[in-house]
Design a binder for this molecule. Structure first.
Ligand code: FMN
Length: 352
């Protein structure tokens, strides 16, 4: 067992943010313990929503809340069980709990973080209740914290995945990135030619060069659109920060040299369209693999608008055509709204 005096190690933090359920132990002043399973989010502090409807039971009557108000010392255990005992692991955090009341910036940030992690909270009025916060004082852990687990089912991964645009400052293990790329390479492609190549960008100076190069083009486009100087600066800075803050960037490039050659322009164009279609399939494979490895990911289209600049900034082979960027990391909460989908009836236009 490893333990640290007051903070979580990077491995403990990465394990903690990837788990979806924890057990919270509280005790009243007489020392009688109570343990409950909880959903939680982490960003320096641990946050737990109180999702009971205010009219059913006032949240301050909940035993865990009463205990915290009487005695703020709590323990949170985040564990993983598997029939494969090589995957067993847990992190135990002892800390000081408190209640964050609605109406403060800290409360709003905690709600955003929780909704970013659990889409189910988007439909629940958790913002009307206080949020439990835990300041970690001591952490201990055991087992295979780094092991990669799969999302429970394919549909869980499809429905749980979403575009994440803010990340925690946590390193992504090399194996997790490889797993994402491994999934991408199993995408369908025209004639099985796999017309894509992946550039992995992790170093800050490379991200900066990329941001700079793409920013120039975007600035010109925004100015052409007649956007005010302030708006232009704000959007460019937002995009730059997004690139710098994501622990890993994967640039998806088309590689067209292996495609079939046709004498007529029409078929040649279709060949390229098929390559682009398959790049989309590779991207979706990567996004689902990321999610099922407990990573978050986002999609940025910026390279499509300035492929030559991107090639130059990264010193890539000119035969590669930069198309899209995937950001990878551990999400730090997202805008609260999950993008709604159209009803299936609207999408099916014909049943013969
Ligand atoms: C081809 C393509 C380009 C995209 N480009 C961007 C982008 O540049 N910036 C961004 O924030 N999201 C981008 N997205 C993500 C979409 O906004 C997102 O998938 C959509 O809003 C649905 O949300 P969800 O992915 O969370 O389900 C892109 C998605 C696709 C498929």
């Amino acid at each position: 067992m490893t333990s640290r005096a007051d903070v979580l190690s990077p491995e403990q933090t990465a394990f903690l943010v990837r788990q979806r359920v924890a057990r919270l132990a509280t005790a009243d002043t007489t020392g009688v313990p109570q343990a409950v399973p909880v959903c939680f989010a982490y960003d320096s502090l641990i946050y737990i929503a109180l999702d009971e409807k205010p009219k059913d039971v006032p949240v301050t009557r909940l035993k865990r809340v009463r205990n915290i108000l009487e005695n703020p010392n709590v323990t949170l255990v985040v564990d993983r069980y598997s029939e494969d005992w090589d995957l067993l692991a847990f992190v135990m955090v002892r800390g000081q709990a408190g209640l964050i009341r609605p109406g403060t910036g800290e409360h709003a940030a905690a709600i955003r973080l929780l909704r970013g992690k659990y889409h189910q909270y988007e439909k629940m009025r958790i913002e009307e209740n206080p949020v439990i916060s835990i300041r970690p004082k001591h952490a201990a852990s055991w087992g295979a914290l780094d092991a990669v687990e799969d999302a429970e089912t394919f549909m869980d991964a499809l429905l749980g995945r979403r575009s994440v645009r803010r990340y925690l400052d946590l390193e992504v293990p090399e194996e997790a990135v490889e797993r994402v790329l491994e999934a991408a390479r199993w995408a369908p492609s025209p004639h099985g030619r796999q017309p894509w190549r992946f550039a992995v960008i992790e170093r800050k100076e490379n991200k900066e060069r990329l941001a700079e190069a793409m920013g120039e083009k975007w600035r010109a486009n925004l100015e052409m659109d007649g956007q005010g100087a302030e708006v232009v600066e704000k959007r460019l800075e937002g995009s730059r920060q997004r690139l710098l803050d994501a622990p890993v960037l994967v640039l998806l490039c088309l590689y067209l040299e292996d495609l079939d050659a046709y004498p007529d322009a029409g078929r040649q164009e279709n060949e390229i369209t098929m390559a682009v279609q398959s790049l989309g399939a590779a991207a979706q494979n990567a996004l689902i693999a990321a999610y099922s490895s407990s990573l978050d990911a986002g999609w940025m289209c910026a390279p499509l608008f300035c492929p030559e600049k991107v090639t130059e900034a990264l010193g890539l082979d000119p035969e590669l055509v930069p198309h899209a960027l995937l950001t990878l990391g551990y999400g730090a909460g997202d805008p609260p709204k999950r993008r709604p989908r159209r009803p299936l009836e609207d999408l099916i236009v014909y049943r013969g």
